[in-house]
Design a protein around this ligand. Structure first.
Ligand code: CA
Length: 227
């Protein structure tokens, strides 16, 4: 699965160059030209990492970072601040509100990509084992277990479970699951999501185990033991 990077940057030309280069590196990329849209995309699209400009027209980047890190649902997302300033006290302020890293403009794309990869590794986005409640999924061995039992899943159900395990209890809409599992550029009917969630649910429930995928009427699905 490709990592999703969100660029929050008002300088459109700069964001486009960045987007082009990051896509060439195999990332999926979204761009928000201001803070308000950026914060909305953070909630809706669950990026793996955020490149955040220090100076935005509607809100200081540092405030955007503070809000992302103050929210339990989004605080584990890596934030790299991009700034034209090299001042040491800005760096301290940025890291003080929870930014994970700091890159001074003009940066080299090569250096930025290296930092992105390092931060993804550090934040555990490159982890190979995901667990929630009694479920374990390993991306290296492709094994899924529930308690002591091995769960057999098709490739789509495996990806779907991985998406859920990255954010347990978060509600994903069918459209979000389509983007995250099938990819944004493929046309798949939303009912397909229901079919695969149904298969995943059945596989995880084998042997009279409790329901763990919650259906939220007109909103979507979540992996939730409280279900
Ligand atoms: Ca700016």
């Amino acid at each position: 699965m490709k990592h999703l990077i969100l660029i929050i940057e008002d300088e459109v030309a700069q964001a486009q160059i960045l987007q082009y280069n990051l896509e060439a590196e195999g990332f999926r990329v979204l761009h928000a030209p201001h803070a308000e849209e950026g914060l909305l995309l953070v909630q809706e699209e669950c990026p793996d990492l955020i490149l955040l400009d220090w100076m935005l027209p509607d809100m200081a980047g540092i405030e955007v970072c503070r809000q992302i890190k103050a929210n339990a649902e989004t605080k584990s997302i890596s934030v790299i601040m991009l700034t034209a300033r090299g001042a040491e006290d800005d760096k301290v302020r940025g890291l003080g509100v929870g930014a994970d890293d700091y890159v001074v403009k003009p940066y080299s794309i090569k250096e930025l990509v290296a930092r992105i990869k390092a931060n993804l590794r550090k934040s555990g986005q490159s982890v190979t084992e995901f667990t929630y409640a009694d479920i374990t999924l390993n991306t290296e061995t492709h094994r899924v277990k529930r308690g002591d039992d091995t769960v057999k899943l098709g490739p789509t159900e495996f990806k779907l479970l991985q998406v859920f395990l990255k954010r347990p209890q978060r509600v994903f809409s069918r459209a979000q699951l389509l983007d995250l599992v099938w990819g944004a550029d493929i046309y798949v009917d939303e009912r397909t999501v229901d079919v695969h969630v149904g298969r995943l649910r059945k596989a995880l429930k084998s042997g009279a185990k409790s329901e763990i995928i919650r259906t939220i009427r007109s909103a979507g699905y979540s992996l939730d033991i409280e279900g």
